[in-house]
Ligand binder design. Sequence first.
Ligand code: ATP
Ligand code: MG
Length: 419
Amino acid sequence: MRQSQLFTKTLKEAPKDEISINAQLLIRAGFIYKEMAGVYALLPLGLRVVEKIKQIVREEMNAIGGQELIMTALQSKVLWEKTGRWDDKVVDVWFKSQLKSGGEVGLGWSHEEPIGQMMKSYVASYKDLPQYVYQFQTKLRNELRAKSGIMRGREFLMKDAYSFTVDEKQHEGIYEASKVAYMKVFDRLGIGDDTYITFAAGGAFTQFSHEFQTVCDAGEDVIYINKEKNIAINKEILSDEILKDFDITKDDLTETKTAEVGNIFNFGRAKAEDLELKFADETGKQIPVWMGSYGIGITRLMGVLVEKFHDDKGIIWPSRDVAPFDLHLVSLLKSETENPSDELYENLQSMGYEVLYDDRVDARAGQKFADSDLIGIPYRIIISDKTLAQNSVEIVDRRTKESKLVEIKDLSDYLKQNV
Ligand code: ATP
Ligand code: MG
């Protein structure tokens, strides 16, 4: 991508009403556009990051047998009434709307009910189970507070998965596999060491659900961690009784601010009972399906990455796996045609790298470096008259700030080993 052609421009300042660091930096660098509080559009750079996060999640979900689909955004009132969750007193984030032809619809804030209903068309016997389906979907939630930038949107992208199994044992298999898959995702995103599988409020069936909480000052949650015992407990459920159950005292726990990046949930048979989603067992008896649900906040993750990896100059994407581009080629050469940097740009691409190429002729070096710092691609390759005089380019690592002259003939090897 030639930067001269990118329609977004970096901004010196974020909107005044934007108080979160993640949104400030993402807006200034041209990753997102603020439509209104809690509602952000994904611009080309932001979309690339989100697609990379999605791809990592997709690979790990597919690896444990997930099948991808997309459910609808418009949802049936009648369906949600069956489970008692149409009521605004029960679910306080609904957006609802009237149909012109009469009747009311809801805008999808979650999909347990529609996906359970859909499964009634495909599940009849124990032979049809287990099933594990997932989607990447824009959720709409009328959140009261929207002060955390893209970490709490009124419109946001979630990966939600749902498991359908015959019994608790089959459920546990998928539930535990999901825990492992989730941790692989967070490792690949660069936040594995800082993400804790945390006991949280349960719900329909089990005593607990499990949240994936990432250490983050801008997060809205508080958890208590004991690293040796590998225990993390959400503050919401911490009580004398729970401490006793875990055989631990409050002094053994460290209070930590975190952001919830994922949540997995066991519904037991309760949800399927309400929906009348049943299967016939070996004897022909009709039994409600055992259900689980598994969320990951995709756009929240982009925000968490920015909160965790930035400095006073801008974003610092932790690796090419989540950065919008692998390399930022910054040309300080003056001539507009027959430019050796054009050739380098082509070569880097044919080596298989995704390159953002700052080919702007009207921007000064200082401006180019400031923009590059703000956008935060891990590796910057600078080509100038000075470097060319030594048949070299300069490579700067945005994370360590280390810089190095590399001869152009050695560049391919260098990148293979380092990027
Ligand atoms: P929270 O307690 O933060 O409101 P939640 O319990 O409502 O989260 P779920 O309904 O389990 O969350 O959604 C699954 C995941 O989606 C969450 O773990 C979180 O990462 C993400 N998420 C939830 N609400 C939002 C939001 N308003 N904006 C961005 N991401 C969100
Ligand atoms: Mg919520």
